[in-house]
Design a protein around this ligand. Structure first.
Ligand SMILES: NC(=O)c1ccc[n+]([C@@H]2O[C@H](COP(=O)([O-])OP(=O)(O)OC[C@H]3O[C@@H](n4cnc5c(N)ncnc54)[C@H](O)[C@@H]3O)[C@@H](O)[C@H]2O)c1
Length: 254
């Protein structure tokens, strides 16, 4: 039996990186997928690949900083698929403007919060009533190694990811009576195109050499994070809620 057979999973930021790898893994495990991103061509392409391989996936262009757009998309997926079981709040990331707080434009803080904290907050708000109607579900949020240890730079992003940790714990408590589990993954440095761009930005928006050196098992790839999302999505983690799981090659303990 596939681990997500019969389950409906929504993934934000599904057009590239960790979200894309997770969409493919969830599809392999039998999930029906509602994919969201601002990159339409790539998202449509992934949905088409999953469908061509015999799976079920639909893509919608959704900017997660727009709570109304999230709400509309969630209602569409719930209607089309008959309900929602899993939400993977993956969309996020720092930008090259995000740096040490003394060096970054102040409005970048608002942008970082909108993408990395408001987006997941709004998506949880839209999805929880649907999961409750189903008698339960699983929400997977995305924190960061920057929310587990003190790091250099990307201070707007770091602030937002810290909020994800406490939001995850609060929702775990509030949603347990509804049968909804809420956990988060805290990735270390994963070599997506976005992170490579940050590392060549010439500031502290990306991981510096000291951070890179902390990764006992080397730097990560998106396919190394996706199995952790699958664990939280499926019944293997049915007795786990409110946890923040570092998936970071040992960086947070080194
Ligand atoms: N890669 C890392 O080193 C790393 C480390 C820690 C945490 N994370 C977190 O993991 C998640 C995925 O990161 P990634 O490296 O795979 O990034 P990525 O840039 O490869 O993928 C993120 C996806 O989110 C989409 N996106 C961006 N803004 C959006 C918006 N407003 N609305 C909807 N979609 C939007 C992008 O188009 C992209 O497809 C992020 O939350 C990131 O903060 C990544």
């Amino acid at each position: 039996m596939k681990r997500l057979q019969g389950k409906v999973a929504l993934i934000t930021g599904a057009s590239s990186g960790i979200g894309r790898a997770s969409a493919k893994l969830f599809a392999d495990e039998g999930a029906t997928l509602g994919l969201m991103d601002i990159k339409t061509d790539e998202g449509e392409q992934i949905a088409a690949e999953i469908t061509a391989a015999g799976g079920m996936a639909k893509f919608l262009n959704v900017d997660v900083t727009d709570g109304g757009r999230i709400e509309t998309a969630v209602e569409t997926f719930a209607t089309d698929f008959g309900g929602i079981d899993i939400l993977y709040n993956n969309a996020g990331g720092a930008t090259p403007r995000d740096d040490h707080l003394l060096n970054m434009p102040l409005d970048e803080f608002d942008a970082a919060i909108a993408l990395n904290l408001f987006g997941p907050f709004a998506a949880c708000r839209s999805v929880i009533p649907h999961m409750a109607m189903r008698g339960g579900g699983s929400i997977i949020n995305t924190a960061s190694i920057r929310s587990m240890i003190g790091t250099v730079g990307a201070d707007g992003y770091t602030s937002a990811k810290g909020g994800i940790v406490t939001l995850t714990m609060a929702l775990a408590v509030q949603c347990a009576p509804k049968g909804i589990r809420v956990n988060a993954i805290a990735p270390g440095a994963v070599m997506t195109e976005r992170v490579k761009a940050l590392m060549s930005a010439g500031n502290d928006s990306g991981p510096d050499q000291a951070m890179i050196d902390k990764h006992l098992l080397g730097l990560g790839e998106p396919e190394m994070v996706a199995p952790a999302a699958l664990f939280f999505a499926c019944e293997d983690s049915r007795w786990v809620t409110g946890q923040i799981l570092p998936v970071d090659g040992g960086a947070s303990m080194n």
